[in-house]
Write a protein that binds this ligand. Structure first.
Ligand SMILES: [Zn+2]
Length: 308
């Protein structure tokens, strides 16, 4: 905890299942349901809005029914009363609330998109985790960019001067082993890391996404709907991603005339609420199609004094 008006928290996460966070668009290119990508790099990502929405739901579940109306979108409808909007509600203050035209609050925790850090690929040397200088830059690691046809590899990657990543073949710079220091990420992954150019990272990730075919079930009959095979893409299991959560100090804000969480833990409560939500990513998942064995994401580090 610092004394600044806001505090940046960085989380690393390991995909325990393939993760599909869809664009909502159907039949784009070779798959029916494509995933969200970063403009520019074209790398798959998980939007921060998706992370925040799921974390909100799970954090509310962890409060054991104390804030039954604070998990959802907030617009009151029929028996659903909408967000409580109380200054001491950990869910509404952390993730924001909107009570129609009456009042709204942005939320003290702002989630960035989750970006790819290590992408798993099969090679003749076994599974390896591909990364690039651009992906490593934000986590604070500076590596020179190899040429497009070159790679640098960590000690655990057994190779004889050449290495295939999927169907692409690369020359290994064997005089410069890749040594990465990232305590949040397992040594198994770091020992099998491969550094490629920024451009090749995007190619390799897009060429090696999971693409699965599934059958649509007709909800009326429970049977497979006729002609309803569909394909969808997903970030593969064992990918490593990272995202940031910026936590603002509630003492600089007002809801009505009251400081949020003044009687309920202050800034520490915001961090705890975020992390209560994040812990359930590993069992309940993020993104779509969680009932098809998809979406579980294990957050690898929690801040001291947080949920774990
Ligand atoms: Zn609330």
């Amino acid at each position: 905890m610092n004394n600044e008006p806001y505090e940046p928290l960085r989380y690393f996460a390991l995909a325990l299942d393939p993760i599909h966070v869809g664009t909502g668009g159907m039949r784009l290119g070779r798959v029916d349901m494509s995933i969200v990508r970063e403009p520019g790099t074209n790398l798959p990502k998980i939007p921060g809005t998706s992370l925040a929405g799921v974390a909100r739901t799970y954090a509310a579940m962890q409060e054991g029914g104390k804030f039954p109306y604070c998990a959802g979108q907030g617009q009151s409808q029929g028996t659903y009363k909408g967000h409580c909007g109380q200054p001491d509600c950990p869910i509404c203050t952390t993730f924001g609330f909107s009570k129609g035209s009456e009042a709204s609050f942005q939320g003290l925790a702002q989630f960035s998109d989750a970006r790819l850090l290590f992408f798993p690929v099969h090679s003749l040397a076994g599974p390896v985790w591909v990364t690039c200088p651009e992906a490593l830059k934000d986590p604070g690691i500076t590596e020179a960019e190899p040429a497009d046809e070159q790679v640098r590899v960590a000690d655990g990657v057994k190779q004889g001067g050449r290495l295939n990543l999927g169907w692409l073949m690369f020359n290994v710079k064997s005089n410069e082993p890749l040594v990465l220091n990232l305590p949040q990420v397992s040594q198994e992954i770091l020992n099998h890391a491969v550094l490629v150019s920024n451009k090749m990272f995007s190619h390799i990730a897009n060429d090696n996404l999971e693409v699965r075919t599934s059958v649509s079930i007709d909800p009326q009959t429970g049977a497979a709907a006729e002609g309803a095979l569909f394909t969808y893409e997903a970030i593969p299991r064992a990918s490593v991603l990272y995202f940031d959560v910026i936590v603002s100090d509630p003492k600089f804000y007002k809801i009505g005339n009251q400081t949020p969480l003044q009687n309920n833990g202050g800034k520490q409560k915001v961090v705890e609420t975020v992390e209560k939500g994040l812990t359930l990513f590993a069992s309940l998942g993020v993104g779509g199609m969680n009932t098809r064995g998809m979406g579980r994401l294990r957050v690898l580090n929690f801040s001291a004094g947080g949920a774990q």
